[in-house]
Design a protein around this ligand. Structure first.
Ligand code: DAU
Length: 330
């Protein structure tokens, strides 16, 4: 996981915040943190999350997402079992999952609901699916009060530039190619990160233990539209010095292996049962996002470390071999 302490800079002086660097699979550390801090909830955001990295090297995904979630569940179960009265009643374990566990949709298929069959297609989504099943089993078998959320593609400030939107922004500004996989017609549903946070907060305060909630932005868009929108915003907010458009940098490249064609979330359950709705439209959220990257060049420079450059060299080594959309998709 690409954790970055700089993302927590605004919390350094907050006495309610404690940072501990550790491994989700370190049972001893987990046990001592639970005993010391006596939390009323544990939220599991810990995951290896980038599909392309899972294709190059699945092992870390198995360790963190499956074994790590298992170890966390074991320690949380031990902690929760010895709680009494109200503390035991109100305790919650919230597991943050993904819409990718439901697999890929055709263009006309209905959107994913909470009862969709699991059909994970990448090592990443398979590892998340396995962790979801463990969480479900700990509720069914031991009565652990769990909540699970499945969200769509997040975007917004502080997003590591291995994912589509931040990668396009930083590459565009650096004058580099904007690598679009295949024909660029894959569809994702986009959710502004603060909306994801407000949904998690809502599920934590009002969700029913054992239930699953889908969280989405009602913003289904093909990748190429996303890239064109980012380019148009950059043209407006920080035009290229040579008077050309950023979209000139778009480069179709070979498709991702096993690339899922479409994800789309039906977020009506969380809306009807818990009264949650996203506050941002894609248009408002993407403008804020591009503005944030333009206002934070130091953050961008710092995250592009040696390890980041190693990753982009490995993943985009073929960027010099650009292809036409129809060849890229083949
Ligand atoms: O749907 C939720 C999921 O969204 C999360 O569970 C994952 O952790 C998160 O990484 C994201 O998965 P995606 O694979 O959809 O996100 P990514 O940003 O990697 O890619 C979005 C789309 O853009 C996907 O169709 C692949 C395409 N893409 C991505 C990159 C990095 C490109 O065309 N070019 C690129 O360079």
């Amino acid at each position: 996981m690409r954790g970055n302490l700089e993302n927590l800079a605004s919390l350094h002086a907050d006495k309610h915040h404690v940072f501990v660097k550790g491994d989700i699979g370190d049972s001893g550390l987990l046990a001592s943190l639970l005993a010391t801090h006596q939390p009323r909830a544990v939220l599991n955001f810990a995951a290896e999350s980038h599909v392309d990295r899972s294709i190059h090297g699945p092992e870390d995904f198995i360790q963190t997402n499956i074994v790590g979630t298992f170890r966390l569940l074991e320690e949380v179960r031990a902690y929760w079992s010895q709680l009494e009265g109200d503390a035991k009643q109100v305790f919650r374990f919230l597991h943050v999952s993904t819409d990718e566990v439901y697999g890929s949709l055709g263009k006309e298929d209905p959107t994913f609901t909470e009862t969709n069959r699991y059909e994970p297609n990448s090592p990443y989504s398979a590892s998340k699916a396995a962790s979801d099943h463990l969480v479900r089993a700990y509720h069914h078998t031991y009565g652990l009060p769990v909540l699970t959320t499945h969200c769509s593609n997040n975007y917004g400030p502080y997003h590591f530039p291995e994912k589509l939107i931040p990668l396009m922004i930083v590459n565009a500004l650096a004058g580099k190619p904007l690598p679009v996989y295949g024909d660029g017609q894959q569809i994702r549903d986009w959710l502004y990160v603060k909306d994801h946070c407000s949904a998690i907060r809502r599920v934590l305060e009002a969700g029913k233990a054992g239930e699953v909630y889908n969280v989405g932005g009602w913003n289904e868009k093909p990748n190429i539209d996303i890239v064109n929108t980012v380019c148009a915003l950059l043209d407006e907010l920080q035009p290229r010095g040579d008077g050309q458009h950023y979209r000139e940098q778009i480069t179709y490249v070979k498709d991702r292996l096993g690339h899922d064609r479409r994800y789309a979330i039906d977020a009506s359950k969380i809306e009807h049962e818990l009264g949650w709705k996203p506050a941002e439209t894609f248009e408002t959220g993407i403008r804020k996002t591009v503005q944030w990257y333009l206002a934070n060049p130091e953050w961008v420079a710092h995250v592009q470390s040696g390890a980041y450059r190693e990753w982009t060299n490995k993943q985009y080594a073929y960027e010099h071999k650009s292809v036409k959309p129809q060849e890229a998709a083949a």
